[in-house]
Design a protein around this ligand. Sequence first.
Ligand code: FES
Ligand code: FES
Length: 156
Amino acid sequence: MMKNITLYVNGDKKELFVPSHKMLLDVIREDLHLTGTNKGCDSGDCGACIVILDGKSVNSCLVLAVDADGKELLTIEGLGNQEGLHPLQQAFMEKGAVQCGFCTSGMIMASKALLDNNPLPTEEEVRTALTGNLCRCTGYISIVEAVLSVPVEGGK
Ligand code: FES
Ligand code: FES
């Protein structure tokens, strides 16, 4: 069955007609053409697909698009661009927290959700917030350093 849904994507209202079984991740990538959100495991284990939905970080591979109807969706494309990076993006670059980059958008979105609720997290709180994000390259130290280095006013 197909359904009409409305998503508020990075500040823009989008009307979509989607199969009721289609996952939000696939709608983001295939219908909205926002490919910064990655598909790794497609089963909730890797965090590569994390986006912020109504202020909370979610694994978009586990959310039905129809269940996101009417909600605010923030993806990595809503944070910054090459002309004006978000402070988290800048920090990840400066700390060498990006290698292959496959995990990076999910890491940054999960980190943003953390900083939005807790602008001055401890190292333990950062590590806890990122337990659902797998990285095969960095060893996590540079990622945690990057999140901790973001200025309070820049975390939002
Ligand atoms: S693709 Fe969603 S958690 Fe891995
Ligand atoms: S930078 Fe390669 S998986 Fe994290």
